[in-house]
Design a protein. Structure first.
Ligand SMILES: *Cc1c(COP(=O)(O)O)cnc(C)c1O
Length: 373
């Protein structure tokens, strides 16, 4: 029997180690150096962000967003319950009350049609998550946001190189966040990005990014003193991380093609098996693209999922489930308003992710498919 196929695995795509070495030779390992600037330029030119800033994680980028929207303690933020903890945590930490929204029936994304019913005169922002890199229905969401003057933040942690009706995910809302955590399509170990689409947030984002100081303006010569002027933190990553990330960005097309190939292989070869076992496979809405971030199954029951995980494990293959609905988490259950979020709980109980990483070669995928059939 072969060695266990992991669920995820970090990888080198090309020049990562060379660029890290080069960063040392350039004499700056603290943030905002040569490689950080290359990454910023990539995201500003290729993505069309008005401003892009690397962060130490997507969690940190979400924290920056929470600071930028200037929350008061009575303010409400609408967030899907079926998401990673950071999406909600960043806003709770700034004092907001989170109003959890349910997923849609079609996929784990927020049910855009339910959002309007959750809006009150305290609603300040909506944070949406493009789960598995599959777009939320942004036209509906942006229309509501304009109607009620609410800020939209896209948690695009899983959404690099994916689109909604031809628009890049992360460029549609006012602000967006990406993750370069080891488990995402491109990575720097830990890392993230805040993308700014509304220019009114640029100046303050630079300040918050640099510990609440006017460092950026000072170095541009726009102010004579380098001072503390606002809240913030040390949100910028080291050049070591940026160098690793830059090497991966250079190979983005290659990486994406590989992941999508694996995804398509799963999709085609599991179709009949899924049908026979009353399991449904991921579907892509016509307005969305697939970026090969994740391949998941929706099982028929929680016990079927448990058996499948065990069966795969006994065949040396790691499959994992997530997320546990945040509205019933130990931290938030007492603060939640008691609404039942049926679809969120449905995905909590039924969703199963199969291994998908850059170095998962076709032979291995064929082996995994064989286990099922
Ligand atoms: C991974 C992830 C995050 C957190 O990213 P980090 O870079 O680990 O902080 C946040 N939101 C979603 C939807 C994610 O998938």
């Amino acid at each position: 029997m072969e060695k266990m196929i992991p669920f995820n695995k970090p990888y080198l795509s090309g020049n990562e180690l060379e660029y890290i070495k080069n960063a040392v030779e350039l004499g700056q390992l603290s943030g905002n150096g040569f490689y950080t600037k290359k990454c910023h330029a990539f995201f500003e030119k290729k993505y069309g962000f008005k401003k892009a800033l690397l962060t130490t994680s997507c969690t940190a980028a979400l924290e920056m967003c929470a600071m930028l929207v200037n929350l008061k303690s009575s303010d409400e933020v609408i967030i899907p319950s079926f998401t990673f903890v950071s999406t909600a945590l960043a806003f709770v930490r700034q004092g907001a009350r989170v109003v959890f929204a349910d997923s849609s029936i079609e996929n784990p994304n927020i049910n855009a049609l339910e959002i309007e019913s959750l809006i009150t005169n305290k609603t300040k922002a909506i944070v949406i998550v493009h789960y598995a890199g599959i777009a939320c229905d942004m036209d509906i969401i942006m229309e509501i946001a304009i109607k009620y003057n609410i800020i939209v933040i896209e948690d695009a942690a899983q959404s690099i190189d994916s689109y909604y009706k031809g628009k890049r995910l992360g460029t549609i809302g006012h602000l967006s966040t990406f993750s370069f955590h080891e488990t995402k399509n491109i990575s720097s170990g830990e890392g993230g990005l805040i993308g700014i689409n509304d220019i009114k947030y640029i100046n303050r984002a630079e300040i918050i990014w640099e510990k609440g100081t006017n460092r950026a303006d000072f170095f541009r010569g726009n102010t004579s003193k380098y001072e503390w002027i606002d809240i913030g933190s040390s949100f910028l990553p080291s050049e070591l991380n940026a160098a690793y990330l830059w090497a991966q960005l250079e190979n983005l097309t290659l990486i994406q093609n590989k992941r999508i190939m694996i995804w398509n292989y799963y999709r085609t070869h599991l179709e009949i098996w899924a049908l026979k076992n009353n399991i449904s496979l991921m579907k892509i809405p016509e307005y969305a693209t697939n970026n090969g971030h994740m391949f998941y199954l929706i099982c028929d029951s929680i016990s079927q999922r448990r058996e499948l995980i065990e069966f795969l494990k006994s065949n040396e293959t790691m499959a994992v489930s997530h997320y546990l609905s945040l509205h019933s988490s130990p931290f938030y259950t007492k603060k939640h308003d008691g609404r039942i979020l049926r679809n969120s709980d449905f995905y909590t109980n039924r969703l199963l992710r199969l291994p998908l990483f850059y170095e998962l070669n076709v032979e291995k995928v064929v082996d995994i498919i064989k286990i099922f059939n």
